[in-house]
Design a binder for this molecule. Structure first.
Ligand code: D61
Ligand code: MG
Length: 394
């Protein structure tokens, strides 16, 4: 939607969008002077569609550590995702990657476009890494070691069961949660969160991506790996590809709803994790992606467009989430309303309708039990129309 369309149809999104544009302009002018840090922050903006902004609003010390953490794991993921690298070559690189962090002579060229630049100039990321305080370095190294080992396992094995799915998501995203919790702790900003809650933060984000990206992943050339677990999709089709064909769309949507219902398991942990945070910038850094994720799930639920193209929240709505996610009350409000909006799309004929309803009810209860949803009536009326219109128009 263009600016004029937004002004006409979603005037409440105009101010947040302008605010976001100005913040982005400010950030792009703030690139550091030293070459390695300039590279790190320029690269961050290029390769992370959504995390650059939330990382950049952190305080300077934690920001540097999280930026480097991101780029190191993105490099590891570039190795994992490059289908042109043979398994025999890839597996040992994934397993030894964490040791190369300290070796400025190491490099491995792979990936394409910006990801290739990241790999080719990885030395600049390493230089930034080596400037971090030792405690940050050790936390980052440990996560890179465990993630590389986990990725190596799944290069040679498919995601069959729901347990495999949780295990794979643990390696690629749950561990990011554990690492971030450690970085917040080392920075002296937060208590050390439990591994289990930290893991859930990552699983909820990763599962949302895996659900939303079905079509993009299945259509990728050369063929990429798929992460929808067979234990779930085999209830609805013989092959995962079948879901993209119109004649199967009824089953496709049932499977999609099953996947969304599975992802909802993590919401209560995520709310608990966020409720324990104390620092305002850390809170926003954690909460904005989570609100986007529940919004994306609400949008995808029962939505056949997931099998026809890209289903994404409107930019204006994203801008609103960024502007309006500041306190735990904002998070409870958003989760309440977005899960209620998902609930309104549940059809009795869906094979998992009662389980989905049960999970949504639990989420709504967790939000109201907090006692912080005060003037829900007012906020609800206003955002219902806003959030619902995005769900309907997609
Ligand atoms: C609080 C705030 C942010 C959090 C969090 C808690 C807990 C976990 C995460 C962020 C990680 C969520 C990952 C979700 C997006 N998935 C991916 O990017 C997949 O790659 C996974 C391996 C590399 C992870 C790199 C990463 C991602 C986000 C970060 C971070 C590191 C460091 C700091 C902050 C955020 C996915 O990537 C390709 C794609 O999405 O198209 C994949 O290959 O599956
Ligand atoms: Mg990957």
């Amino acid at each position: 939607m263009g600016l004029l369309g937004t002004i006409m149809e979603h005037p409440e999104e105009v101010y947040p969008m302008l605010k976001l544009k100005m913040a982005a302009a400010r950030i792009s002018k703030q690139i550091p002077a030293e070459e390695h840090w300039a590279f790190a922050y320029t690269m961050l903006q290029k390769v992370s569609r959504s995390f650059a902004l939330v990382i950049q609003q952190l305080g300077p010390e934690l920001r540097n550590a999280v930026c480097v953490f991101y780029l190191i794991l993105r490099a590891l993921d570039t190795v994992e995702d490059d289908t042109s690298v043979a398994t025999e070559v890839k597996v040992p690189i994934l397993e030894s990657f964490y040791r190369h962090l300290y070796d400025l002579n190491w490099s491995f060229s792979c990936g394409t476009k910006d990801y290739k630049i990241l790999m080719d100039k990885f030395q600049l990321v390493q230089t930034s890494f080596l400037e971090l305080n030792k405690d940050y370095q050790e936390a980052i190294e440990e996560i890179a070691r465990r993630m590389g080992a986990g990725m190596a396992i799944f290069i040679q094995k498919e995601v069959e069961t729901v347990d495999d799915y949780d295990e794979y998501c643990h390696y690629v995203a749950g561990l990011v949660g554990l690492g971030l919790s450690k970085l917040f702790y080392v920075a002296g900003l937060e208590d050390l969160a439990s591994d289990s809650l930290s893991n859930s933060m990552g699983l909820f984000l990763q599962k949302t991506n895996i659900i939303r990206d079905y079509l993009e992943d299945i259509n990728e050339i050369p063929k990429s790996r798929m992460f929808w677990p067979r234990e779930i999709w085999s209830k609805y089709a013989n092959k995962l590809e079948d879901f993209k064909y119109e004649e199967n769309f009824e089953k496709s949507v049932q499977c999609l709803n099953d996947m969304v219902t599975n992802a909802l398991i993590h919401v209560k942990d995520c709310l608990q994790y966020m409720a324990l945070l104390k620092d305002q910038a850390t809170f926003r850094f954690c909460a904005i992606p989570q609100v986007m994720a529940i919004g994306t799930l609400a949008l995808c639920y029962n939505n056949v467009n997931v099998f026809k193209g890209v289903v994404k929240m409107r930019r204006g709505l994203t801008a609103r989430v960024i502007a309006e996610t500041n306190t735990m009350k904002d998070v409870y409000d958003a989760f309440y309303e977005l899960s209620a909006s998902l609930e309104s799309k549940i059809e009795d004929k869906d094979p998992n309708s009662s389980l989905t309803r049960k999970r949504v009810e639990e989420i709504k209860k967790a939000c109201t039990a907090s006692g912080s949803i005060t003037r829900r009536g007012k906020y609800l009326k206003e955002s219902w129309s806003i959030y619902n219109s995005v769900l309907v128009s997609a």
